[in-house]
Write a protein that binds this ligand. Structure first.
Ligand code: DON
Length: 566
């Protein structure tokens, strides 16, 4: 046998060396023209079909949102609200704010008793927890101003999915079962989503004829039908039957609003994100500005030094969120100050690199975190380079639990995002201030953070996630993973995350997310940890590869989503 030298073997090893984009969690999905990343493959497909028929990213986004209302009823919705961030290929940007509004009969103390104590579940379960839904108005506004297709055309795929049914995935079947306690309290919800106790199993076909009828009415009469037509009548009948306070005037007066996005730069990248009434953009910018002053990459990903700085930035931004933020149409909010670099510099000076700052010294309060896991984000990029990042929600999983009788859709419990009582935590353990107290026609403060990042002036990354307050920190860490650590998109989404929200003063981390040494090192600096680690977020992101223009899609491996492209 001929003896081979060492050199060819070495060369072979070099060739086997993974390409620079490699990652242990796999590669993003690649597509030449357009791509949709959402939490349900069927919804992603609906979007891609719209793109292939010549629709733009906004057309596709509206169709995806309506499809998610059918295939992902825990968070996809007609009866909720959200934020759609749009960047058109010509550079125009806008935010469609279709956040729910408090009904006119809502008042500051509606969730506390005579003694001023919080009434358990009042703001989270049932008819009184429901804020006036914004989704249909928001999608219609986006389509009318920035879409190219007809309302009927983008509604049809969802109507078909509701009428013909979808094969239930494992994730959806399990999600329905997990919600059984809430849904079984309302007979219409129990009938439709739990089949009166004979739970749906994965692989079964889930048909929603009432929802199909609602969508058919929307196709026939247009989006105002929801607020003025038969659907409105059914919402009102449901409110009356269950003691809700929403009136016909509330529905008629609901308006989605366009807002100017917030902008900043981070290490030379441009960032475009949502303004109040979401706190997401303000907090994200505040944290990035604080962190820009440190060489994060040199610290090492998820090292104790790195997590320490992240947490110190998070606690400061969340303390400010609690103190200052609410609906800008009602309270004066120092957005300019909070997002200014000078302010971030001042905050940065207060960070001790070796010691945790006790949250109580930043402001007072005490709380406990409660987890609820549903909202959903999707991202669309089309062939022309238009980009849509949309996060919408019913708030908690399956919202208030109330399904509108004869209309087949769930109503939100977004009223819980208001301050029911200053100093008392909401369902996410968030403490909030008077800026976010309930008032008629006010929008509750949100954490939803759809965000677009530009590189050299061109869209580079678009993303968002569910997760209540963890949304903001999920978006933050994915941006840092991509910019500071240069991770490929799939890995940027997969890496373990941490979360701190000022109060409760503890680090939430993910199962297997931090090594024991790291946790010990952080404890030694004065950090406390949540007792039970838990997964957070369900990010859906798209990157446009600068060299090739290829669209790269990634869905969070923590859940069931899938990017689909063409
Ligand atoms: O607007 C907000 O911040 C909340 N209603 C979002 C709720 C949420 O993300 C629940 N899910 N995972």
């Amino acid at each position: 046998m001929k003896k081979r030298g060492l050199l060819p073997i070495l060369m072979l090893l070099v060739m086997l060396e993974p390409p620079p984009t490699s990652a242990f969690v796999g590669q993003p999905v690649r597509a030449r023209h357009g791509l949709v990343a959402s939490t349900h493959e069927v919804a992603s497909r609906v979007g891609v079909e719209i793109l292939q028929r010549g629709g733009n990213a906004v057309d596709a986004a509206v169709a995806v949102a309506l499809a998610l209302a059918v295939v992902h009823p825990a968070a996809g919705n007609l009866g909720g609200g959200g934020f759609m961030l749009i960047r058109l290929a010509d550079g125009r940007t806008t935010v469609i704010d279709y956040r729910e509004m408090a009904p006119a009969r809502a008042h500051r103390d509606m969730y506390v008793d005579e003694k001023g104590e919080i009434i358990p579940e009042a703001s989270t379960v049932g008819h009184r927890a429901v804020a006036v839904p914004g989704t249909v108005a928001g999608l219609a506004l986006a389509l009318e101003k920035y879409g190219t297709m007809s309302w009927a055309d983008v509604c049809r795929p969802a109507e078909r999915l509701a009428r013909e049914g979808v094969v239930l995935t494992h994730a959806e079947a399990e999600s329905l079962k997990r919600a059984a306690q809430l849904l079984s309290r309302f007979p219409e919800s129990r009938r439709i989503f739990l089949r009166d106790g004979r739970y749906y199993e994965e692989g079964e076909i889930f048909r929603q004829p009432e929802l199909a009828e609602t969508l058919r009415r929307l196709i026939e009469h247009g989006p105002r039908e929801f607020y003025e037509g038969e659907t409105a009548r059914r919402i009102l009948a449901e409110m009356e039957a269950g003691g809700g306070v929403i009136t016909l005037d509330d529905l008629r007066n609901y308006r989605a609003i366009e807002r100017e996005p917030l902008r900043t730069t981070y290490r030379g990248y441009e960032l475009i994100t949502v303004p109040p009434p979401s706190s997401g953009g303000v907090a994200l910018i505040e944290m990035l500005h604080i962190l820009e002053g440190f060489d994060l990459r040199a610290l090492g990903h998820n090292s104790a030094d790195y997590v320490h700085l992240l947490v110190e930035a998070m606690r400061r931004a969340f303390a400010d969120r609690a103190q200052f933020l609410g609906d800008p149409d009602f309270a004066r909010i120092p957005v300019k100050g909070l997002t200014s670099r000078r302010y971030a510099e001042a905050l940065r000076q207060t960070i001790d690199p070796k010691r945790a700052t006790p949250s109580a010294t930043l402001s007072g309060g005490d709380a406990f975190a409660y987890e609820s896991e549903h909202t959903t984000h999707f991202t669309v990029v089309d062939a022309a380079g238009n980009v849509v990042a949309n996060t919408y929600t019913l708030n908690g999983s399956y919202g208030s639990g109330v399904t509108v009788r004869g209309a087949g859709f769930l109503l939100n419990n977004e009223m819980d995002d208001f301050t029911s009582k200053p100093g008392a935590p909401n369902m996410f353990g968030l403490l909030q201030s008077e800026a976010n107290q309930i008032a008629p026609r006010k929008r509750p403060l949100s954490a939803m953070t759809p965000t677009i990042v530009l590189k050299d002036g061109k869209p580079w990354l678009a993303l968002g996630s569910p997760g209540g307050p963890t949304i903001i920190n999920t978006v933050l860490q994915i941006i840092l993973n991509a910019i500071d650590f240069g991770m490929n998109l799939q890995q940027a989404l997969a890496m373990p995350r941490v979360h701190h929200q000022w109060m409760p003063d503890q680090i939430v981390y993910e199962p297997f997310g931090l090594s024991r040494d790291t946790i010990e090192a952080l404890r030694a600096r004065g950090h406390a940890f949540t007792e039970r680690p838990r997964y957070m977020g369900d990010a859906q992101a798209i990157m446009i590869e600068p060299e090739t223009g290829m669209r790269l899609g990634a869905s969070d491996p923590r859940r069931d989503g899938k990017p689909v492209g063409y």
